[in-house]
Design a protein around this ligand. Structure first.
Ligand code: FES
Ligand code: MG
Length: 576
């Protein structure tokens, strides 16, 4: 590894020359109250902060950024906080996924256009991790990812509550008439009670674990609860480390390699990852020029046991327990013979070196390989005449009786249509029916919303049923569970075969053979295909217009085609 001289810093192009433009840059720094010795010849570190008053998971970032800056100063760098698009999961409609790529574009362009030598990326709530990382990969300066950390365990009336997962569970009980108004209010106040990301192994915890396993965070950083004092110390460590990385010129292409992406996939499977991991991991890998396919993920899933006993795939625990049990380093130690330990990380050391001394403190939370939560990994990829480009299911999170299932389809073309039918107690539906929602994919949703855990019809809820086979081209929340087939590709909105399915057609799921088919003859399908009409475009202006023209399908990661690394020559460094 090289050691940069101050004159080789990227920021020196802005600040060093004795010319009029650089005079302007230096003068404007002095306008901010800095002396030349504050910023000249020092690594300028952009601290990209996704804080906002509507991002409930990042409410501690306003203080945490001070810890990062403290570390940067101590190591002889110069930190600048850069507010970044705060894609929050709770309030962003129609879905935060519509804006992941916007954050990625913003991140890349803000880094490229400013005098930054390195960045600390502050994210955590679902889409912020892939959005920030995708953009920073393309920008190419050294980066450290600072994960927000999970919130504390939920609590109500002596019961532990898990984000999302328990909301769905108790909502079904409320619909069945088993929960009073007062109890419901108590659950509402108890299920999210501190700063931090959802504390189940939902999308946030999965994606920060992936960043950790890829070597983009300080080792084990993803497991530290947001409000733990250790999280503040980790923030300062991130600040110190990024300054060293700039001098070392440790850019992301050293770290995000084929090995790192495969390590991340294996760790995701062992944690019982969110189905969303598939989409984001593929998108992140492709930004780094690494081809990771759905079939690669399925193959890794088949041989990786799920050992994190964290809800919703695990039965008993939450992220706070996972941290006390040793956290992600301890989990990776358990599966180290399945990882490429030679992968370089942001510490400048290999993954193997980072795992030295990691210990499991509670082997019911982080299970040994001899006693996994589930023998095979968390995700399976299906193919068949309903999903020629793939679909995803989380076998560990559904009733095993659905692993092979045949039943008649009950098809809905839109979310409102589905919702009205589900709440109608006279709906003709049996537990064997297969609920289908379409027009809910990347373009159809639009933005690939988390509608895939279709609610169980009220009529069946009252009979005591809590799971049934459901199929959609949507995603589902990482905190969801049930027999839900997701990400059907190509999506129905662009004419994928899901668009041809009719109510009453028999659908067959055969998990062992990774098949999902409609039992409809090819002649009949051809007739339906000829009669299919493309829906009108959802957007005629604005960001949505850009999105619908350029978003790729689920199996390709839903990046914009023109942002992928193989699209064309990159802009390179700006003229100054
Ligand atoms: Fe932010 Fe779940 S809402 S991580
Ligand atoms: Mg989520």
């Amino acid at each position: 590894m090289t050691h940069k001289a101050p004159k080789d810093l990227r920021s020196a192009r802005w600040f060093a020359p004795d010319d009029l433009r650089s005079f302007g840059h230096r003068s404007r720094m002095m306008q901010l109250g800095y002396s030349e010795e504050d910023f000249r010849d020092k690594p300028v570190i952009g601290v990209l902060n996704t804080w906002s008053e509507l991002n409930t998971c990042h409410s501690h970032f306003k203080e945490r950024v001070q810890d990062v800056k403290r570390g940067v100063f101590q190591a002889g760098g110069f930190p600048v906080e850069m507010p970044s698009l705060s894609v929050d999961e709770s309030f962003t409609k129609p879905t935060s996924m519509l804006y992941r790529n916007m954050l990625a574009m913003e991140t890349e362009e803000m880094i490229r256009s400013h005098p930054l030598d390195g960045v600390v990326l502050m994210g955590g709530c679902d889409k912020t991790t892939p959005g920030l990382v995708m953009g920073a990969i393309s920008a190419g300066v050294p980066m450290v990812y600072l994960p927000a950390g999970p919130m504390l365990r939920g609590n109500y009336a002596g019961k532990i509550l898990g984000s999302g997962s328990d909301a769905w569970k108790y909502w079904d009980e409320r619909r069945a008439g088993n929960i009073s108004d007062d109890e419901w209010l108590g659950i509402q106040g108890g299920i999210a009670r501190s700063a931090g990301t959802c504390m189940t192994m939902g999308t946030a915890s999965t994606m920060t674990a992936i960043a950790d396993a890829m070597g983009l965070t300080l080792p084990g950083a993803s497991s530290i609860p947001a409000v733990d004092a250790g999280h503040q110390r980790m923030g300062a460590d991130c600040g110190r480390r990024i300054v060293e990385m700039v001098w070392e010129d440790l850019t992301p292409d050293w770290i995000i390699t084929d090995a790192a992406c495969r390590n991340a996939a294996v760790v995701a499977m062992a944690t019982g990852c969110s189905t969303n991991a598939v989409v984001h991991l593929i998108a992140m890998a492709r930004r780094a020029g690494v081809e990771l396919s759905l079939d690669d993920l399925d193959a890794l899933g088949r041989v990786t046991p799920l050992i994190a006993n964290v809800r919703p795939s695990g039965r008993d625990y939450l992220m706070e327990d996972f941290f006390y049990a040793g956290g992600l380093r301890a989990l990776m130690k358990q599966i180290e013979d399945r990882l490429d330990l030679s992968a370089l990380t942001i510490t400048g050391k290999t993954l193997g070196e980072n795992l030295e001394g990691a210990v499991v403190y509670n082997d019911d939370v982080i299970r040994p390989l001899s006693n996994p939560v589930y023998e095979e990994g968390s995700l399976a990829v299906l193919r068949g005449n309903l999903c020629p480009d793939g679909a995803v299911i989380k076998p560990a999170a559904c009733d095993p009786k659905f692993h092979f299932h045949e039943g008649p389809a009950l098809v809905f073309d839109s979310y409102p249509e589905m919702k009205a039918a589900i709440d109608d107690e006279t709906l003709e539906v049996t537990p064997d029916h297969v609920l289908v929602l379409r027009n809910a994919g990347p373009q159809g949703g639009p933005g690939f919303p988390e509608w895939g855990m279709l609610p169980i019809p009220k009529a069946l809820i009252k009979q005591g049923h809590r799971d049934m086979l459901r199929i959609s081209d949507a995603r589902m929340s990482g905190t969801s569970y049930g027999a839900c087939v997701l990400h059907v590709a190509p999506e129905s909105y662009v004419g994928g075969p899901l668009a041809l399915l009719k109510t009453g057609d028999i659908v067959r799921l055969d998990l062992a053979n990774r098949r999902l088919d409609m039992l409809v003859g090819e002649v009949e399908l051809e007739a339906r295909r000829a009669a299919w009409q493309a829906p009108v475009p959802r957007f005629e202006r604005g960001y949505g217009y850009l999105f619908q023209r350029h978003v790729t399908q689920a199996d390709k990661g839903c990046d914009f085609d023109f942002l992928q690394s193989d699209f064309g020559r990159t802009a390179g460094e700006p003229d100054i």
